[in-house]
Design a protein around this ligand. Structure first.
Ligand code: HEM
Length: 456
């Protein structure tokens, strides 16, 4: 094909005349497709160079292929290898690494402390709304986030949880019954069982409802909240990346896919129903002079989380915020606690030395479960810390965004501009050999040494 006409049209200055006359013979050898491909390569190269050399994060070390775009990181995430990939970047490039064009990962706790007052990163957290409402966990607005924390925190303080303890024992008793009926002969799917225990505990504490998930499991019924709590994060991630039509089509693939697709609504419906009941009860009380009923609602010695949120003052929380926060507790509490306890049990099953030391401590100090004081059980405490260290259920980045009102954030001499996504990775912090010698070894005893570096 002859490009002479097109080339002739831009013969204007001596410079272009000279340049184009040199490349004209070359153009005659190229097909349009080759020309387009060549231009694309040049453009991509220019784009990559701009991000590598002229970006305000150019000085931060990191692999060039990750610094160009978020593509490399996204691929690692889809391969479930993000944590490992970032960890190997730390090994090569040091404790502050540029892992994408606008994202920085931190390995050391001292650096992490500088950023964990910043707002949550919208790109990462916006997927985790529930029925269109932000939950405290996902809300990027600092003021609103603090308001929700203030409302939630008193409920989860150890002193308050101790008031619920007697009712939690009922859930554990159901677990023990289940294990006894398996009789050491039937295999028990530990994770499924623990998720059911956690559904029971969460439902009692959050909405004061006995959903009897564990009891149902003993008769072979998987509780819908157990699956939904596990499905929700994966479903939200998929919903975020798939085109709407593909996401909606997934729901039609099979009943299991429908439940996966519907996880958000399943989780919402349970507290929403309880909320309607409580409001109806309140309305009835308002229209009657039934003092006894009033007392039953208001002066419960240990109200559930939902009742606390309803009573929150001075500015009452909107109805949908109350339901969302209660639903969020199922999302945040079931899978996390079940996975952690399952890993703990797994370690106990292969470490008779740890099991016998733990048993010894419990036999010595626990006389009566109702007066159990967990603070007086240092080995149990060390065991839990070691499980959380090695098997962190949220192992990879929790991103924050450097806000515009922060004046010159500098980490280890690198200037980090506003708008940068930045976060630490628990997996790497927990395996820092300088703080935790022989980091892959499960050793509760390391927590009994009173090492300040570990306790940070
Ligand atoms: C072993 C058990 C658990 C682990 C390892 C765990 C871990 C975490 C982590 C790492 C975060 C920080 C997320 C972030 O900053 O983006 C978080 C936040 C949160 N977790 Fe847990 N969690 C556990 C159990 C629970 C339970 C039982 C509940 C309540 C039922 C809960 C409720 C929350 C809430 C409400 C937040 C949001 C806090 C905020 O943004 O201020 N978690 N959890």
């Amino acid at each position: 094909m002859n490009f002479a006409g097109g080339v002739g049209a831009i013969r204007a200055s001596p410079l272009t005349t000279m340049d184009l006359s040199r490349i004209t013979p070359l153009l005659e050898y190229l097909s349009p497709a080759q020309l387009v491909a060549g231009s694309a390569v040049v453009l991509i190269f220019a784009f990559a160079m701009r991000r590598l050399v002229f970006s305000s994060l150019a000085a931060v070390p990191g692999p060039w292929y990750a610094s160009i775009s978020g593509f490399y990181l996204a691929v690692q995430k889809l391969r479930l290898r993000q944590g490992r990939a970032i960890d190997s970047m730390f090994a090569t490039h040091g404790p502050v690494v540029r892992i994408a064009n606008d994202t920085i990962a931190l390995r050391d706790i001292s650096d992490a402390k500088l950023v964990y007052g910043f707002p949550k990163n919208e790109g990462m957290y916006s997927a985790y709304t529930i029925m269109g409402n932000h939950q405290g966990f996902s809300t990027p607005d600092l003021k609103e986030h603090n308001r929700r924390r203030k409302a939630l925190l008193p409920h989860w303080l150890p002193a308050n949880l101790a008031l619920h303890r007697q009712r939690f024992f009922g859930c554990i008793a159901a677990l023990v019954e289940h294990l006894k009926s398996a009789n050491g002969k039937e295999p028990v799917d530990c994770l499924v069982v623990m998720k059911h225990v956690m559904v029971d505990v969460t439902a009692l504490s959050v909405i004061d409802v006995n959903v009897n998930a564990m009891e149902g499991l003993r008769h072979g019924h998987v509780h819908r909240l157990s699956d939904a709590a596990s499905d929700y994060p994966k479903a939200m991630t998929l919903r975020n990346v798939l085109p709407g039509v593909v996401w909606r089509t997934l729901a039609m693939c099979s009943p299991r896919w429908y439940r996966f697709w519907n996880a958000e609504k399943i989780i919402w419906d349970v507290p929403a129903e309880k909320f309607r009941e409580l409001r109806a009860l309140e309305a009835n009380t308002a229209h009657s002079d039934d003092a006894a009923l009033e007392t039953a609602i208001k002066s419960e010695s240990h109200p559930c989380l939902m009742q606390r949120l309803i009573d929150f003052s001075p500015t009452p929380l909107p109805d949908e915020t109350i339901i969302t926060e209660c639903a969020a507790n199922f999302v945040a509490g079931v899978e996390t606690s079940a996975t952690t306890t399952s890993f703990g049990l797994w370690e106990l099953s292969r470490r008779p030395d740890v099991l016998s030391r733990l048993r010894e401590e419990l036999q010595l100090h626990v006389v009566d479960m109702s007066s159990l004081d967990v603070d007086s059980l240092p080995y149990l405490d060390a065991f839990v810390k070691e499980v959380l260290r090695l098997y962190a259920v949220v192992p990879s980045l929790l991103l924050r965004t450097v806000p515009s009102d922060v004046d010159k954030l500098s980490i280890r001499g690198y200037a980090i501009p506003a708008g940068t996504a930045i976060g630490a990775q628990a997996w790497s912090i927990h395996r820092n050999a300088a703080v935790f010698p022989d980091p892959d070894y499960f050793e509760p005893e390391r927590w009994l040494k009173d090492d300040p570096a570990q306790k940070v």
